[in-house]
Design a protein around this ligand. Structure first.
Ligand SMILES: [Zn+2]
Length: 215
């Protein structure tokens, strides 16, 4: 019990430190879209359970005038990213741009003027990472967008831990960002049962800070 309380205090301490003493922080929310949530074509178990804690972070960032960025898969229908003759190991059809499945999950706070990075728009692009060179936010790649805003620290949450969250975090570390991953606000696909845990270990090894608890 004492250890849990200590971990919560450490988690809160890290968050408060970054929010109030590191001025150049952004919240990056990965792919909280209908198709990745229960009822979707590529649903992550309990994917929608991250919405409530993620909304808390969004409100916290909005009230502190910090940047909030949403990434989304935005695929063409005929991409070889999907299972097809050329790619029998591809994914089920998901998040086709402009369809209901690609919309952000109901309940997630998304302002009308939200900063959105769309990825996987080219044929055959997996674009798990929001930093994929083909991904676009306001007509530029995410790294350029963040550099223009002088962001040096990212708080990352979203779906799924073992794919898009992991690849985004690894790219962010390679690009030199400070990265904190919020465990309460991520969920894994877990094609193999330990994929989520392995992804967390990999992100930590790359230098990401991943507190056991923040709330
Ligand atoms: Zn995809």
């Amino acid at each position: 019990m004492k250890i849990i309380i200590l971990l919560v205090i450490i988690g809160l301490g890290i968050l408060i430190y970054y929010l109030f003493f590191r001025k150049k922080m952004a919240l990056l929310i990965i792919d909280v879209q209908n198709d990745f949530c229960p009822g979707g074509t590529l649903a992550v178990t309990d994917g929608d359970s991250i919405i409530e804690p993620t909304n808390k972070l969004i409100r916290l960032f909005q009230s502190n005038k910090k940047i909030v960025i949403y990434s989304r898969d935005w695929h063409p229908l005929g991409t070889t990213h999907f299972k097809c003759d050329e790619n029998p190991d591809g994914w089920p059809v998901h998040c086709v741009g402009g369809t209901k499945g690609a919309e952000f999950k109901n309940g997630l706070i998304v302002p009308l003027n939200a900063n959105i990075v769309s990825k996987g728009m080219g044929n055959g692009e997996n674009a798990y990472s929001a930093f994929d060179p083909g991904a676009r936010i306001s007509g530029m790649d995410l790294n350029t967008f963040l550099k223009n805003k002088r962001v040096d620290t990212l708080l990352v949450c979203g779906l799924a831990t073992d794919y898009c969250v992991k690849d985004t975090v690894l790219d962010a570390k390679k690009l030199g960002y400070n990265v904190i991953v919020v465990q309460e606000c991520i969920r894994a696909v877990n094609i193999e049962p330990n994929d989520g845990e392995k992804a967390i270990a990999e992100m930590k090894n790359a230098g990401a800070i991943i507190p056991e608890k923040i709330f």
